[in-house]
Design a protein around this ligand. Structure first.
Ligand SMILES: [Zn+2]
Length: 447
């Protein structure tokens, strides 16, 4: 590992851990990462970055996004972090279920917010020490869980000048190097407006709830006629208050996931179903598109070089205290005795095989603008389901914190290698151009 990267972590690693704890404590939901944003901004300013805090939606609201820059000229190494928590997953940092009211870091984004910021600082330190030209940009992004943050940021050009984008996301598995493809996702809130009436005189009313339910039923029939990688899921946001009042308002919220090139078609068909439901019930339908995010695809070149960088970093190691916590957590979550390897620490060597994930990440949006890698894994107890209190618990203790420091070194080393060896950026872009047939394929789908 480059010497100054190691030295930065020796001197400042504990500060990064404190930041991750602070974010873990704030546990702010998507687009409300106000305190988290301030905390990360303060940290980056302290490290000598020029920091801007912005509202990702660009509506003049309270800032929820940190953009921190250091250096000058090319190459521009982008490192992206995430800040948001998940509703209803508040949890104490304990190995048994101990709920706290409100959101919790059930996806470990506090580790990304702090750990990936630390990576940017260590990379800066290494470049400064050797007098290397180039720019380091850290973006602490909001609202990954709703797949909005990076869509807004890509739309507004925040990734345009990056030569590479590097991300680490914790997970309950060995560290892999992003050899996956993930679904694109559009989320739509279908809102129905009807006419209210007494429940005993329902012919006088037009039920908005009927329209929402028919939209759900229509979506079940659509499943047979969509391609196999698609996923539809929904919840009701409004469904009336009491049975003796015909609801004049109802809303149903859909996540519409598919392969990237099929997403617009699937959304078109879903919209027709909602419109049809409105026609059937003589209600009026309005739709609110919350986001429309591209799928994530792998840049194999960058995967290979990131793996090579990871091999230069001393292995991730845990102590007995971590393992004791992990064993107890494992048993409480799964009901089974913990396996010998309770906390993943390994590296999965890239082999060119792409695994398809039916989930989505808004890192996908960046992957359409610039060669991007999301390194995924480590920082959670083995087999923890994602979006779970067990992840939140691990993200608040050494299990997550040690992985965060390790992964940050991997990202910093990757950035350093790319600054020293221009081939890494050139080859990553060659693969990017070949995939898309152009250097600028990105079109924001969010209107
Ligand atoms: Zn996540």
């Amino acid at each position: 590992m480059q010497q100054q990267i190691g030295q930065w972590y020796e001197k400042h690693g504990e500060k990064a851990v404190e930041l991750s704890k602070e974010l873990w404590g704030y546990r702010e939901a998507s687009l409300q990462e106000f305190k988290s944003c301030k905390a990360v901004a303060r940290f980056m300013e302290g490290e000598g970055f020029a920091v801007k805090q912005i509202d990702a939606e660009n509506r003049g609201g309270e800032p929820n996004t940190v953009v921190a820059r250091w250096g000058a000229g090319k190459p521009v190494i982008g490192i992206l972090g995430e800040l948001d928590a998940l509703p209803g997953l508040g949890q104490e940092a304990l190995p048994h279920q101990a709920p706290l009211e409100g959101p919790g870091h059930g996806c470990g984004h506090n580790l990304m917010g702090a750990g990936n910021a630390a990576a940017a600082c260590a990379l800066k330190e290494a470049m400064e020490a050797e007098g290397l030209a180039g720019t380091v940009v850290y973006i602490g992004c909001p609202a990954e869980e709703t797949l909005q943050g990076k869509v807004f940021l890509a739309r507004d050009g925040y990734f345009d000048d990056l030569d590479l984008a590097l991300v680490w996301h914790p997970g309950a598995c060995d560290m892999n190097f992003g050899e996956m493809e993930m679904n694109a996702m559009t989320s739509v809130l279908y809102k129905f407006y009807g006419r209210t009436a007494h429940g005993a005189h329902p012919w006088e009313g037009r039920s908005a709830l009927d329209a929402a339910e028919l939209t759900s039923i229509g979506s079940q029939y659509l499943r047979e006629h969509m391609t196999e990688k698609c996923r539809l899921h929904h919840v009701y946001h409004a469904a009336g208050e009491q049975p003796n009042i015909v609801p004049d308002f109802a809303s149903i919220y859909f996540y519409i996931r598919s392969q990237d090139d099929y997403n617009e078609e699937l959304v078109r068909r879903m919209n027709l179903i909602a419109q049809g439901a409105a026609t059937m019930t003589e209600t009026r339908m309005e739709m609110e598109v919350k986001t429309s995010c591209h799928g994530y695809f792998c840049n194999h070149t960058l995967a290979k070089y990131t793996y090579e960088a990871a091999l230069k970093v001393p292995a991730l190691a845990y102590g007995e205290e971590d393992y004791a916590f992990a064993r107890e957590l494992y048993q409480n979550v799964t009901g089974n005795p913990a396996p010998a390897e309770t906390i993943p620490t390994g590296l999965k060597k890239p082999d060119g095989e792409v695994k398809y994930s039916y989930g989505s990440t808004d890192v996908g949006e960046a992957s359409y603008v610039v060669p991007t890698i999301q390194v995924f894994g480590c920082g959670a107890v083995k087999d923890m389901p994602s979006h779970h209190w067990g992840i939140a618990a691990g993200a608040g203790v050494g299990i997550g914190q040690k992985a965060m420091l390790y992964a940050g070194k991997v990202l910093a080393q990757t950035g350093y290698d790319a600054v020293k060896n221009p081939k890494i950026i050139e080859e990553s872009w060659a693969e990017f151009r070949e995939k898309f047939g152009t250097e600028k394929p990105y079109v924001c789908r969010l209107k």
